[in-house]
Every structure is written in C-alpha cells, then in structure tokens.
Design a protein around this ligand. Sequence first.
Ligand SMILES: C[S@@+](CC[C@H](N)C(=O)[O-])C[C@H]1O[C@@H](n2cnc3c(N)ncnc32)[C@H](O)[C@@H]1O
Length: 268
Amino acid sequence: MASGPETSAHYERLAGSYDENWAHSEAFLDWMSDAIAGSLDLAPGDRVADVGCGTGLFARRLLDVVGPSARVLCVDPSAGMLGQLPPVDGLVAVQASAEDLAASAADGDASRSVLVALGSLDAVVVKEAIHHVATADRSWVVAGLAGLLAPGGRLLVVMLPTTISYPLFDAALRRFEELQPDPEDIAAHMRAAGLTVTVAYQEFELRIPKDRYLTMVRSRYMSLLASFDDDELAAGIAEIDARYPGPVLVFPDRFAFVLGRRDGADGD
Ligand SMILES: C[S@@+](CC[C@H](N)C(=O)[O-])C[C@H]1O[C@@H](n2cnc3c(N)ncnc32)[C@H](O)[C@@H]1O
C-alpha cells in the first residue's frame, strides 16, 4: 500500500498493538537488529536515521550500538506509531515521511525547512517501509536519502522479497506479489544515486502458535491485509486454519538487505 490516507489510517489503528505482534519473539528482534547493525557496520558514535521506524522496535536496539554519544533519528509519518516509541534518551522522533526527508534535503528550497542536513548521517535504514513510497517516487526518494549520507555513509533498505512463504491465504499472497517492489529496482535507484551497492538475502525461521498468528492476521498486521474487507479476511482466516492443522506455524521470514555505500572522502 503506497503512502496516502489509507496507509496513515492503517498505522494509526495498528499502533497500539504493533509491538504485541512481535513481543513473543525477542529472538527475531535481536536477530534482525544484529543483521541491520552488521550490514551497516554500525559503530559507537555513528549518526543514524531509521526512516519508517514505526514504534522503534529496531531503533532502540540500534541505539544500544551507537549510543550513548550518538542519537537515533526516528522518522515516521504516523503520530500513532511514533507515540509508541520507548521514552529513552537518544531516540529523537521526527514526524515525516521518507518523501519529506528526501525532498527537504534535495530541492534546496530555502522556504522549506530542512529536516536533516545533507551529508550529516553515517547510516540510514529503511526497514519494511519502502513499499509505502509510490513506485514513481522511489528513485528520487532513494537519491534524496543517499544525499543525507556523509562520505563513507551507508543506506540500507530492508524489505521482503518479491515472493514470501508466509502461511497466509492465497488471495493475500497473490496481492503481495502484485504490490511488492523488487529489491533489484531499489538497488538500481541506489546505483543511479552514485552508491556502491550489494543485495543480500537473510532469513530467520519463525515459529508462531497458530492462534497467535491468526490474531495477527485478524489485526491486519501487514498493511497488505488492510486491502481486504472483514468478510474477505474472515474467509482468509478460515482458509489458513484449514490448511495448517498443527498448533504451531513454522516458516522462514526472508528479507532482502539492499545496501548502498557512499564513497569515502579519500575515495575508498
Ligand atoms: C511495516 S511498518 C515498519 C515499521 C518498522 N520499520 C519495523 O520494522 O517495525 C511501516 C512503517 O512505515 C511508515 N510509513 C508509511 N508511509 C511511509 C512513508 N511514505 N515514508 C516513511 N515511512 C512510512 C508507517 O507509518 C509504519 O510505521
């Protein structure tokens, strides 16, 4: 679902229950945070922005790596999601979209307030939010985010691949495949912005009690599910329930890590 009123309404609704959906899996949160910090080569003191940070599930773990001397900018257009950020010194909420951030940096328009100065960050991560930027806007948004990087800075887009093995109902899986951007296209936008790019895939095996997963689907834990009405969702949940008779769902959560690096000042 691209940016717009429906996306905003979806996240305002979901904000209060978002963390509950993942609280059962500290192991997943730790694995993903380590994967992000490792891909970005984060070190103490690095200046980081988490764009589309949501409730800060990962930002607060990244702060453990870069703090206490550095802060993490938590950028998200949803006041509801930002309202769930843990009240921790060092997490700085910025209510803005990726588009706002990229445009304020890129257009040089003095009348527009610059949210984050050009060349001022060591690392920018966008995890599971790039699909909310409209297809036609992705190239300039990626270029704008790249412009925020200091020499040697890194831009990491973490996203689902074009197909997933989630235990969802068929119509949801088909719609996912229609909507999900291709990580290779994001990589191409980064290259066009002058970054040196790699694309890697990493996966984590999720084990989720079926009842809990069905509750997550019912709460439309993926924005994709907001495009189904209540009757369609109820039918989808019955389909999942019938297809997976066991009490625990086991499936790989596979992610693309699209990493772009800006050349260092000395060209390295
Ligand atoms: C699936 S959640 C991911 C949140 C967080 N990164 C995580 O992994 O837990 C997507 C987030 O993207 C935010 N979002 C929606 N449109 C956006 C946009 N145009 N730019 C940046 N973030 C956006 C939503 O408000 C939401 O918090």
